[in-house]
Design a protein around this ligand. Sequence first.
Ligand SMILES: *Cc1c(COP(=O)(O)O)cnc(C)c1O
Length: 371
Amino acid sequence: MIKFLDLQAINNSYEPELSQAIKRVLDSGWYVLGDEVEAFEREYGEYITTQHCIGVANGLDALRLILKAYIELGVMCEGDEIIVPANTYIASILAITENRLVPVLVEPDNGTYNINPLLIEEKITDRTKGIMLVHLYGQNAMHHEIKSLVEKYSLKLIEDNAQAAGAYCGSKRTGALGHAAGHSFYPGKNLGALGDGGAVTTDDGELAEVIRALANYGSSKKYMNDYQGSNSRLDEIQAAILRVKLARLDADNLCRQAIAEYYLENIKHSDIVLPTIGYLHAAKMPGHVWHLFVVRTIYRDQLQHYLSEHGIQTQIHYPVPPHKQKAYRHWETCSCPITEAIHKEVLSLPISPIMCTTDVNKVVEAVNEFN
Ligand SMILES: *Cc1c(COP(=O)(O)O)cnc(C)c1O
């Protein structure tokens, strides 16, 4: 069987370094906020090319804490609006509502599935304080139109880089394009821990300081609490694991890219739409790190069933859009037809840095023979 994502094999490919890193932390006797987290923050900050990096407990907290810090700093307040793609994983939106800010949903581009930059300006009001830009499936979502809106209306640009670790926008890394970015190290992400983990990257020193305090009970000095914070820290053991995996992230992303290119060249089926690559991909640096390879077809459920019968695991990212979830039932009347159609038709094919050519070929052949 071809697994959708063989995490066991992926993590095995980092041995014995992973076990050595785990043992190093075990033997150190220091498990929270120590040398490993400090070193990882420095290394990941350098990788993303921001001045500050703060390890936190997960990707949702990274986004949630950025917005909370802006509230503490008086940049945003309850009821302010944040522009966010309707077509995203619900975490992007939860981070907004958790802070009693108001998500304003914008439909995606029908090719890249990322937010349609041309539909943003009509949604801007005098309560709009920021844009949450999600690099969905691993593809850079930045666009010159977004940059000019951010400047024109003095908005905060917050990137949800959970799916795009290592991607570029031109010659700049995603995660360093706006005022702050949230990163996730959930095991299945391109840079995955062996458990939960996340980070915030930013060049704003004041913001970084507030986030660091908020993630540690609102305290920057032991037993002195400046904010009503929470406990959202990256563990030493996860930081040590991430340091090992970060060293190979670019190489892993190149393997994903090679598989994606093979799929793009060789999958040929009149009922199946292949992913579109956005306008900045002509640049030398990868604008897409292929966290997911998502095809689209009105026969989605049949294709998934057929591939499963042929021993190929697939997944759906995502079956129900956020505005149709019970959690947001007050948006019942909200209509986002492009987002809704995408959710009915998308299917994610297997892709990972360790997938072998034979398996990639089997997927191509099976998909091409689907009828
Ligand atoms: C995974 C993900 C998150 C949340 O990250 P966690 O570490 O699972 O909390 C946020 N946004 C997007 C787009 C994601 O894919």
